[in-house]
Design a protein around this ligand. Sequence first.
Ligand code: AKG
Ligand code: FE2
Length: 426
Amino acid sequence: MSPTLSTNGMPIFVIGKAAEVAGCAASSGAIHDNDAEMADVLQPAVAHEAKPQESGKDEYVYFHSGSEATYRKVVPKDQATSFTSIPVIDIGEIDNPSLAIRKGIAKEIYDACSNCGFFYIKNHGIPEELIKDTFEVIKRFFNEDLDVKMDAHSQKNPAIRGYEPMFYTKLDPTTTGDFKEAFTMGDCVIEPEQDYIGKVGSKPKASITKPQNIWPTKAPYFRVGVYRYYKSVLPLAMKLVRMFALAFDLEESAFDEYFRFPITGMRPLHYPPMPPDTGASGIGLGAHADFSWLTLVLQDSVPALEVLNQDGMWVDANPQPGTIVCNVGQYLERHSNGKFIATVHRVRNKTGERRYSLPFFLTLDPDVNMGPLKCCVEDGEKPKYDPINVGELYIRRVLPARLKHPTSIKYRDVPEEQWKYEFLLS
Ligand SMILES: O=C(O)CCC(=O)C(=O)O
Ligand SMILES: [Fe+2]
């Protein structure tokens, strides 16, 4: 797959709006016996055109970002300036009564997000025992017979949550498809575990009658175990949101109103070892930037996550005991007027061992209108992004990436300007 030349002469890939990676996983396509064929279902409107004209001896790295595939020129090593390792931030004092100490953490976050877009947090407060138990639950689930997992297939759920089998997505069209299986759950106004009334102070809309999640009926332990971790990671993410407000030199509570009942996604992932004959086209999860505000990734001990720096070099984000990986998503990139980078990353499990990971994606409330923060727009500068409605941007990314999903089919004749986040709720 190579890029086509755009009207401004810059080479780009054109893949329609397919193969989105969202705060809630890319998923699409009808249920099919042959999983390998599923990946093709995700790839409408792929245009294959010439390589960049200026390519010559230049090297390029290709990846998926926003809603299209793109590329970055690899900078020769002697001219490279971008990060080559991922910072570790100790957040053990995040609740310290001293504002100065909390601002110190915020400053580290600011530096990490503006230079790298990724950082590890340590002393995050989620007990080791809970993390161990959560991975046990995830392993047990992925080890179940296929029919136990397919019972909760994402095709059966209006919000496009649930189980996605191997090769169900293909984020990078140059690959043979994502060599992983996944399960997605997220915000749900109905499920009692999420205490909508307690958080928002009123009942959910009466029109919302179906839960936004789907769970495997023959593996009830899974819902219990996944929620146990969800209930710890959401408050941790919210503490980080306050640090981000401080990082922008705002009141610590400045963003609270945007996160009353935020869009969330949590996605247990299983990456079996790649077959030994898999060449460059083999991938666990194709290169992408997250469609979230902030992502927190729990990794087991198997290294496979790689982060793309501005010089086009892949930097390992190997597991570090006791840490959680955090990264900037595309909403936060917009919110910060591009000051924070939604850094591209991918997963390649070359170890010969099974790898499990657990990303948690946080986005703002769907009804928030979000424009670039004033403090991130320099005097005399124009904002780089238009204000958007969070839920509307979300649905515009999610549906085109899931053209064969019943929810996409249901609304395919509705003009995109009329798409509402609520499509996912009913
Ligand atoms: O598995 C991982 O380490 C990262 C997963 C990821 O990047 C994603 O789900 O967006
Ligand atoms: Fe990601």
